[in-house]
Design a protein around this ligand. Structure first.
Ligand code: ZN
Ligand code: ZN
Length: 694
């Protein structure tokens, strides 16, 4: 610590130059208390009066950087005379404390005087404020001004301009920055491509890359890493190979960072052999490279191999970081491989990292998607730090599981914790209202709260409301809502209304809606079977026949229903009426046993669901051996008595299996979780979390 702080008397004798130096140091290191001591001393020595431009500028800078922009403004307003540094310090303060609009006001208030001509710092701050506040019109004016001053070549200004244009993805604007800088400027190209990619404008980024190649700009390491990222985003393996070839012809050092980008690219484009090749060829392999190769294997479903690699990594003495674990967990979530996920979780608890937000978020995601919402909620409760991803993951997790009340409680806690909700949050919140059938609350969130928070409602939100009205049986209102809401409804929305018609047995509307859905998507197998089921329930056999004919004409094969279950890290797949499993006779025996036990409890096979023109007895046979029944029976046979049974199904769970599984959960006293194509069903004690609505 500088000597003079310990002996304040020395400070009086210290020169103005020293004072300024120390104020800058304390501003940069955000040591406000130390800075305040100097401020006090400046007051004592009368060097902090409004006449002292230099010391006041330093104080403005100190308070701005330490987040006290109001104090900075007071000092600024009291100054008798200001130079360009006074203006730029306060502007930077406003920008960094999140008040970009204030910067623009201040800039407009800046007097036009020769000695106050905006310098590169002022201009860069103003341009950045335009991007932060979305003021693109002002941004363009700023750009025109910058061109006149000739300061466009200054690095700060150029960065700010590039950022501005990639923020608003204004390709023309970005190009005009390009055209005004030397053609060989690789930095500008890199940052424009990166900026466009970050905002999801991949094709535009590709276009810029084309100009870069045309302009014969020499690529640097950053270019390669960025462009490999672009190939990954575009999932363009051919482009990736070309770029890789180009790299091999240069003398750019092939380090682990470039290597990781290439591994990532090959992995995400599905070429695991090339990814492995590059990885094996790396001289030095750091944790980033290992994480990339792990991710490549996991994304392509190479689980065993990935876990082996993970052990190799630890053997090599490479310590996994939070990203490594997040990658492992997210892949487990994608594949619903809860068994693997559990072992990764155990590992995390051993090595630490469980307090990293990214790891916690991945754990919540993995457990929620894997069907173990209790474990997800435990992770959530234990998290020390949470970000908006954490809150959203928990809210949406509860919602997916049909636990609407729990989702809304977490949402209230999120508001109480002052974490601002976003678009995704409200998708979770509205679908929670849907599960609860809370129409009034749903509309309150949509029309009032979202408005208040300035979140624009989108198709997903409207579809949630549609589901909500459908669930409440307000079909006419739902239809009305669809007609009166100015949004381009997609096939998912119409399907939501269709399944409401199916459940509430509104044959008339259902038929109309089904026609609309089939017009939009003539290959939608699910809708054919829903429509056919509706005809069957209404005993309109001619209708059933007509649909079947239609399906034949359009050459649609019913996607075979398949269910799978993971037992001791091994996945067993079942299709309907399956006799390929080595233990099939025991499994069939188990199914018969279970169905016999639930019949006295009121289980009646729902024969109307079966499409085939077959005898009643035969129909019952088809129902009995639906894939989910087989998978559940196998799960009950092979897992310990207390363990929940997790099954995944590729189609919507059928009504007959649904009512059978409810009763099976009761007689076996087991929790059975089925994840079908739409949602989770948690069966417990004779009830399902979906409340029979799915
Ligand atoms: Zn079934
Ligand atoms: Zn259910």
């Amino acid at each position: 610590m500088p000597n003079f702080l310990l002996k304040p008397s020395h400070c009086i004798r210290s020169s103005l130059e020293d004072t300024v130096k120390f104020l800058k140091l304390f501003a940069d290191t955000k040591k406000l208390n130390l800075g305040r001591i100097i401020h006090a001393q400046l007051i004592v020595t009368k060097q902090a009066t409004p006449d002292h431009v230099i010391s006041t500028n330093s104080l403005i800078n100190l308070y701005s950087k330490c987040g006290h922009v109001v104090t900075a403004r007071q000092l600024f307003d009291r100054m008798h005379e200001r130079n360009v540094v006074s203006w730029s310090s306060l502007m930077a303060g406003y920008l960094h404390n999140g008040f970009p609009v204030e910067v623009l006001w201040l800039f407009k208030a800046m007097p036009l005087a020769d000695d106050l001509r905006p310098n590169e710092y002022v201009l860069a701050t103003v341009l950045s404020s335009c991007s932060d506040s979305g003021s693109f019109v002002e941004g363009r004016q700023g750009h025109a001004y910058v061109l006149k001053t000739g300061l466009v070549l200054h690095q700060y200004v150029k960065n700010a301009l590039t950022c501005l244009y990639s923020m608003c993805s204004d390709l023309e604007g970005a190009m005009s920055v390009l055209n005004s800088v030397p053609e060989s400027d690789v930095f500008t190209y890199n940052s424009i491509i990166k900026g466009l990619m970050e905002h999801g404008y991949l094709n535009e980024a590709f276009e810029v890359l084309g100009r870069m190649v045309g302009g014969c700009v020499t690529w640097d390491t950053v270019t390669y890493v960025t462009v490999f990222g672009l190939c990954t985003g575009l999932k363009d393996l051919k482009l990736g190979l070309q770029v890789h070839n180009r790299l091999l012809k240069t003398d750019i050092e092939f380090d682990e960072f470039i290597g990781s980008a290439i591994i990532d690219m090959y992995g995400k484009c599905g070429n695991i052999a090339m990814a492995r090749n590059v990885f094996d060829g790396l001289q030095k392999k750091n944790v980033v490279a290992w994480t990339a190769i792990l991710a490549s294997h996991l994304q392509n479903g190479w689980f065993e191999e990935a876990l082996k690699l993970f052990f190799d990594m630890e053997l090599e003495g490479i310590i996994p970081n939070e990203y490594t674990f997040a990658v492992l967990l997210n892949s487990c979530a994608g594949l619903s491989a809860l068994g693997h996920g559990n072992s990764v979780h155990a590992r995390i608890q051993k090595v630490g990292f469980r307090h990293h937000v990214i790891v916690g978020n991945a754990l919540i995601n993995m457990y929620a998607k894997g069907g173990n919402i209790e474990a997800a909620s435990k992770v959530f409760d234990d998290m020390v730090y949470r970000d908006f991803v954490t809150w959203n993951a928990m809210i949406c997790g509860y919602s997916h599981h049909g636990l609407g009340k729990e989702a809304l409680i977490v949402f209230q806690d999120m508001l109480a914790a002052e974490e601002p909700p976003n678009y995704v949050t409200f998708v979770g919140v509205l679908s929670a209202c849907g599960h609860l059938g809370w129409v009034r609350e749903g509309f309150y969130y949509l029309n009032q709260l979202m408005n208040q928070l300035g979140i624009e409602a989108g198709l997903e939100h409207y579809t949630c409301i549609l589901g909500l009205l459908g669930k409440a049986g307000l079909l006419a209102q739902a239809e009305n809502f669809m007609r009166s809401t100015p949004v381009k409804w997609d096939v998912v929305a119409w399907r939501t209304l269709l399944s409401a018609c199916h459940i509430h047995r509104n044959y008339q509307l259902g038929k109309e809606v089904a026609e609309i859905v089939l017009n939009m998507d003539p290959n939608d197998v699910g809708t054919y079977s829903l429509l056919s089921n509706m005809h069957a329930r209404a005993k309109r056999w001619d209708g059933v026949a007509r649909i079947r004919k239609l399906m034949r004409e359009r050459i649609i094969k019913k996607e075979p229903g398949a269910s799978w279950i993971e037992i001791r890290n091994h996945t067993h797949i079942f299709v309907s009426d399956d006799n390929k499993h080595p233990e099939f006779s025991q499994i069939y025996e188990k199914v018969r046993e279970l169905l016999a036990e639930i019949k006295p409890l009121g289980y009646v096979p729902d024969l109307a669901i079966v499409l085939h023109d077959v005898e009643e007895e035969q129909k019952e046979h088809y129902l009995s051996y639906h894939s989910e029944k087989l998978a559940i029976a196998y799960g009950l046979m092979k897992t310990p008595a207390e363990a929940p049974v997790h099954v995944i199904k590729n189609l919507r769970m059928c009504g007959d299996c649904h009512s059978a599984v409810k009763l099976i959960s009761k007689i076996t006293n087991r929790m059975i979780i089925v994840r079908d194509v739409n949602r989770f069903h948690s069966f417990r004690d004779g009830l399902c979390s979906c409340g029979d609505y799915w």
